[in-house]
Design a protein around this ligand. Structure first.
Ligand SMILES: [Zn+2]
Length: 241
């Protein structure tokens, strides 16, 4: 059984492939995960719900499967697009573009805490030009490590409002992820623990009294075996002391 993908929204899940079949492992709050990570290799390809395995070493995907994936997801630039701003706690702000009707989904996929539609334009090419103009002042990409730092923290509302004041937001989003954290999670790559919640690519797990943040992309490509991994975690050992 191999982790071959994940979904952030709606209904977060890991996609597991077993002998060519793909099944969803739902990541609702409270679900108990008990898997041990084995070897990691290319996640292969999913075609019509069927998994085609690949033993190449590259993970999450080998170069040729990565290329195929990119080609299959090339953005359709026709149709109405939104240019948006997104806030990641406490104070990282980015600009982005997406198809107009996907805006909230896109914000959730990225795990944004807040968002605002600042322009609606006729197609993706115009959206790209507007994004580039705004992007000289704002980042277009936020690293997952930065998002991890902000998990469970509040957005600097004053800074966000100051930024929005430079535009005239058409629509605003205050995104909830149905969990709260009392502490900043420890970054880890594992598949054992109780699901606290999912925010964007980040899966939050509780284990032995410690809260961990797992970047789901880092799980893609791993072979899983059933049963909790036996790793003694330093942080959880510390929590007994
Ligand atoms: Zn491959």
């Amino acid at each position: 059984m191999q982790v071959v993908g994940y979904r952030s929204t709606p209904e977060p899940a890991l996609h597991l492939a077993d002998d060519g079949r793909v099944k969803r492992l739902g990541l609702a709050h409270g679900v108990e995960l008990a898997y041990t990570l084995g070897e990691r290799h290319c996640a292969g390809q999913i075609q019509n719900d069927h998994h085609i395995a690949c033993s190449a070493a590259g993970a999450p995907k080998c170069p040729s499967h990565e290329r195929q994936f990119d080609e299959s997801t090339i953005r359709n630039r026709d149709g109405e697009h939104a240019v948006y701003l997104a806030a990641f706690a406490p104070a990282t702000f980015k600009v982005g573009i997406t198809r107009s009707e996907r805006l909230e989904t896109r914000l959730r996929e990225q795990g944004a805490d807040r968002g605002a539609r600042v322009f609606t334009v006729a197609d993706g090419d115009i959206a790209r030009d507007v994004e580039e103009d705004i992007g000289t002042d704002l980042t277009q990409r936020v690293r997952v490590a930065t998002k991890l730092d902000g998990l469970g923290r509040a957005v600097d509302g004053d800074a966000w409002e100051r930024l929005l004041g430079e535009y005239e937001p058409i629509e605003r989003f205050d995104l909830e992820y149905d969990f709260t954290l009392g502490e900043v999670p420890v970054p880890e790559t594992m598949a054992t623990g109780t699901v606290v919640g999912v925010q964007g690519r980040v899966l939050v797990l509780e284990r032995g009294g410690t809260v961990y943040a797992v970047d789901m992309r880092d799980l893609v490509g791993y072979e899983l075996t059933e049963g909790a991994d036996g790793c003694e975690r330093q942080a959880s050992l510390g929590s007994f002391g």
